[in-house]
Write a protein that binds this ligand. Structure first.
Ligand code: ADP
Length: 608
């Protein structure tokens, strides 16, 4: 990395903006970001279950020799930092006790061979390791492992190269440390006619986001779906390439067939899927298809005046999406979610409990620039002007069937409008604007409830009613966003809570548990979740007595008999951790988890 950096994967050019956001975070905090530990200093670093202190410390000394000394031990206080300076020692956005998800060390290998040696080391010392690429997975566990005391394998720090950027066939081959910002800048520098699909925040790793099945908003928004070819180190240290990568070719630079990034399947079972949201290996390279510059783009918003318009909006959206008239991943957001990017909660409301929806007209609407509305749809059309115009006309005609619908162009909005930041995201330019809404509450932290449903009005309303009811019950403002994909809809519900307020955190934890439970009853499964909920979410995918989890565990036992690779990720533990004694150590509930579980039971009884 020759360019000056603000933070890992973040270019120096964003310094001014990033510093201003950081100041807002500091202002929004009521206490220091440094947390006292609950363990006595003599018990630090925290040991993983079944490992003695001497073994742990001897093991760490040996680890240093394998990765050019790039090892850090976490035996001091925990500092939450903020999004760009994220901690690698623990989950900053904890839902349980302060230090329930804490790691004891991090190592940063500098080559594929070093990653192999780290894996062999973990087997030798029986120390669990947990790979991350950038570790900015905030809201889902951040950089933390599921098992306390694990050693983080920071794949992003030293393995951060764009290995290939191919304009002719529109793909790239990356190492884990390539962030969206880095890839974007490399493309700009090269002058190649390619786009990157970026998620809401550009500081994550392209590989890390795809592996956790994150989404973006151009037609290439399904990040895992747009990858082609992987290189993985298995838990026994073996190096595997998938798809056409398994076909050697001495004439290419990487040594595999020149179709590795062109044809995803190769021959035989398609293996790639089992390495996403999983704990079967460490990904060292991954290919991605890139969207050629479409020759023009137009981002727009349409507002709708009534809460009850939701059903009709989604019914109109489905055919537009499936027929690719709207070819990007649009956002349909409630006015509450909009409010959160324009101010914090107290700038709208100083009462207790969620802002009542019958007060939106007098407390929220006057403070936003769009006039009165309840839903806002952001979308983008691509291609030459004639194509864009035709698409806009069709989309407008359809949505204008809803009385009061209003279409707006970015140039007609104030400079600070959220629509203008959407222009960036929808045209593949990394941004950080989405950090704003986290400051809705003091010490704002977030997690997400994100069930998948068909793109129908009935399903949207069903989800909306259930989620709103539970937000009211647990005392949170509800921020609904619907994001339709190719055939389904992600309902992304950001839950913002104050992590330093025990009551707020416990309520967030309790509500998440109940949302997952209630969602599953309605046939809605989560696509991704926080570490603290992964056992519960996996347990909802239990068709035929949990046959899928049994299969995952069979694969886990075969690939990782010593259970060293990210045990517990996605609720997959394998035999080493599910033998009765070990299991008790690993997945025993923290006191806060127990307390929350009891609170849920009590609240249900008293119908609070
Ligand atoms: P982000 O890009 O948002 O910072 P992370 O690097 O935190 O994402 O990765 C998200 C999750 O994906 C991690 O918690 C881990 O489970 C998985 N992951 C990330 N990088 C790798 C990798 N190189 N190999 C295997 N799993 C990974």
């Amino acid at each position: 990395m020759s360019q000056p950096q603000y933070a890992p994967g973040i270019p120096g050019k964003v310094t001014e903006y990033a510093d201003s956001v950081k100041q807002k975070f500091i202002k929004n905090a009521t206490t220091s970001s440094v947390r006292p530990r609950t363990e006595p200093p003599t018990d630090l670093p925290v040991l993983p279950p079944g490992v003695s202190r001497n073994d742990y410390l001897d093991g760490i000394e040996e680890l240093r020799t394998l990765v050019d000394g790039d090892v850090q031990l976490f035996d001091g206080p925990l500092d939450d930092g903020w999004y760009l300076h994220r901690p690698l020692s623990h989950d900053a956005y904890t839902l349980d006790s302060d230090d329930y998800f804490t790691n004891s060390a991090v190592c940063a290998p500098g080559s594929v061979e070093q990653v192999q040696s780290v894996v062999v080391w973990a087997n030798k010392w029986s120390i669990p390791i947990y790979p991350i690429s950038m570790g900015r997975n905030l809201g889902y566990g951040g950089a933390s492992a599921r098992v306390k005391g694990s050693v983080i394998v920071d794949m992003g720090k030293r393995m951060n190269k764009v290995l290939e950027l191919n304009e002719k066939n529109a793909f790239c081959l990356l190492e884990p440390g390539v962030s969206y910002y880095t890839l974007y800048d490399e493309i700009q520098k090269s002058g190649k006619n390619l786009w990157v699909d970026v998620p809401d925040l550009g500081g994550g790793s392209v590989i890390g986001n795809a592996l956790d099945r994150g989404v973006g908003y151009t037609p290439y928004g399904d990040h895992f779906g747009m990858h082609c070819g992987m290189e993985i180190i298995l838990p026994n240290g073996e190096l595997v390439r998938t798809g056409m990568g398994a076909l050697p070719d001495a004439t290419t630079e990487h040594g595999s067939a020149n179709t590795w990034q062109l044809f995803p399947y190769g021959f035989g079972p398609y293996a790639d899927g089992i390495f996403s949201q999983s704990n079967y290996g460490i990904v060292t390279k991954m290919g991605f298809w890139l969207m050629p510059d479409p020759g023009g783009h137009q981002t727009l918003q349409i507002t709708f005046p009534r809460e009850d318009d939701l059903h009709q909006i989604v019914e109109i959206m489905r055919p537009l999406k499936i027929n690719n008239i709207i070819s990007n991943v649009p956002h349909l957001r409630h006015i509450m979610q909009e409010a959160s990017v324009y101010g914090d909660r107290k700038s709208f409301w100083d009462g207790d409990g969620p802002i009542p929806h019958d007060r939106i007209e007098d407390v929220i609407v006057p403070k936003l620039w769009m006039g009165s509305f309840r839903w806002i749809l952001y979308f983008c059309v691509y291609g030459p002007e004639v194509v864009r115009k035709a698409h806009i006309q069709v989309i407008k005609d359809e949505f204008y069937k809803i009385p009061g619908a209003k279409l707006t162009y970015p140039e007609d909005t104030p400079p600070e409008s959220y629509l203008r930041s959407r222009v960036k995201i929808y045209s593949g330019t990394p941004d950080l604007r989405e950090l704003d809404w986290v400051m809705w509450l003091p010490n704002g932290s977030h997690t997400a409830f994100s069930p998948i449903s068909p793109i129908t009005g009935d399903d949207a309303v069903k989800q909306y009613n259930m989620t709103k009811r539970l937000h009211e019950k647990w005392g949170f403002d509800y921020f609904p966003t619907f994001c339709p994909g190719a055939r389904e809809m992600h309902h992304i519900v950001m839950i913002i809570y104050d992590r330093y307020d025990a009551d707020s955190r416990a309520r967030a934890r309790g509500m998440m548990q109940e949302l997952v439970e209630e969602g599953a009853k309605l046939g809605m499964g989560e696509y991704r979740t926080h570490l603290a909920l992964q056992d519960q979410v996996m347990a909802t995918y239990n068709y035929n007595n949990g046959a899928l989890l049994k299969m995952h565990n069979t694969i886990k036992n075969a690939l990782d008999p010593n259970g060293i690779m990210a045990p517990g990720k996605s609720g997959i533990w394998g035999d080493r951790w599910t033998a009765p004694e070990e299991h008790k150590l690993a997945v025993n509930r923290s006191p806060v988890e127990k307390q929350v579980t009891n609170t849920i039971a009590q609240r249900q009884e008293t119908k609070l």
